[in-house]
Design a binder for this molecule. Structure first.
Ligand code: BMA
Length: 322
């Protein structure tokens, strides 16, 4: 299977634009996704006309069209109680946590000192309980694993620092509030590679018999801006610090008009996916050019087959920490 043809875009793309909102805003993009009582729920990032983002829910029976969008912002930043959210909240990744019977949401809080990782939980996508910041700035692109490893929760995240590339790490917590024991999981490549210098997790890790399926974005800086594309990786089921496979090639890049033109041209940025158990289809929801929401599908079995034929990445040791 050729990675370039793994995913098929929906004919309905872009499936959501700012015109689908019932209130004025600039853009709607980078949604997290969940299946709730048989419906697809997207928790979309909406950038308002000040430039500050909040999250708004859209629901659909088939996950493709007929979206019912909340008439006002569903989850707003609360800078008076949470100063780290002063410039908004962005890019949610949603994980069902069976042990808690809740969805966990890892999102970016945009603080004065830069973006950081915050966590919240919800039972219904109407009320949200904040667990607070999990990582100091700059850190983003975080996603919770659905279960504990050796008694501890695990979080993928992407710290940025002054030296060197921005890589994917995993951290652990006994209670979703206190995080530590950091390990490097995947490194950005270098030079001309599509995923040079900056990578970050997309949708939350998906448990499969072969390992944790990871979709991640890679950034390629060009003379006319950055290109955001996505690739795949597979992490060890018992020890997600170990990457078993990683695609050399990107599997989706900005090729369509809605992905090549918009507020930030040349961006596909998935934050959510769901598996349709009846069809075996993986549905990926992504931001297109920081302006609208796109949908692409693939058979989960094909995606797994593809990733299992990808190269084994260099084994990182804990001492490889920068
Ligand atoms: C990243 C994040 C995303 C955004 C992307 C492209 O750093 O800020 O929210 O979609 O850049 O602009």
């Amino acid at each position: 299977m050729n990675g370039a043809h793994l995913f098929t875009r929906s004919d309905a793309n872009p499936i959501l634009t700012v015109r689908d909102l019932l209130y004025p805003a600039n853009t709607i993009f980078n949604p997290g996704a969940a299946l709730v009582d048989g419906e697809t729920v997207l928790l979309c990032r909406v950038e308002d006309r000040r430039g500050i983002s909040h999250l708004t829910v859209a629901r659909s029976a088939n996950g493709v069209d007929g979206w019912r969008v909340d008439p006002e912002p569903t989850f707003r930043s609360a800078p008076e109680r949470h100063p780290e959210e002063v410039w908004g909240i962005e890019d949610p990744r949603i994980t069902w946590l069976p042990e808690r019977g809740q969805w966990g949401i890892a999102y970016t809080a945009y603080s004065r000192l830069g973006p950081l990782v915050s966590l919240a939980v919800t039972n219904d996508f109407r009320h949200f309980e904040r667990l607070g910041p999990a990582m100091p700035p700059e850190d983003k692109d975080a996603a919770l694993f659905p279960r504990r490893f050796g008694g501890r929760w695990a979080l993928l995240h992407r710290p940025t620092h002054a030296r060197g590339p921005a890589n994917m790490w995993v951290s652990y917590s006994p209670d979703l509030r206190h995080w530590g024991d950091l390990s490097l999981v995947l490194e950005a490549r270098e030079g001309a590679w599509w995923d040079a210098d900056k990578i970050g997790s997309g949708p939350p890790p998906l448990e499969t018999p072969e390992g944790w399926l990871i979709m991640y974005h890679g950034v390629h800086v060009t003379a006319s801006g950055s290109l955001y594309r996505v690739g795949l990786a597979l992490l060890d089921l018992d020890d997600p610090r170990i990457a078993l496979r990683r695609s050399d090639e990107w599997v989706m890049g900005p090729t369509e008009a809605s992905e090549r033109a918009g507020d930030v041209a040349g961006v596909v940025f998935p934050c959510g996916w769901v598996v349709d158990e009846t069809t075996g289809l993986l549905r990926i929801y992504y931001g297109a050019a920081d302006t609208s929401v796109g949908l692409a599908t693939a058979r989960l079995a094909d995606v797994l087959d593809y990733v299992l034929h990808c190269p084994r990445p260099r084994r990182l040791r804990r001492t490889d920490r920068p």
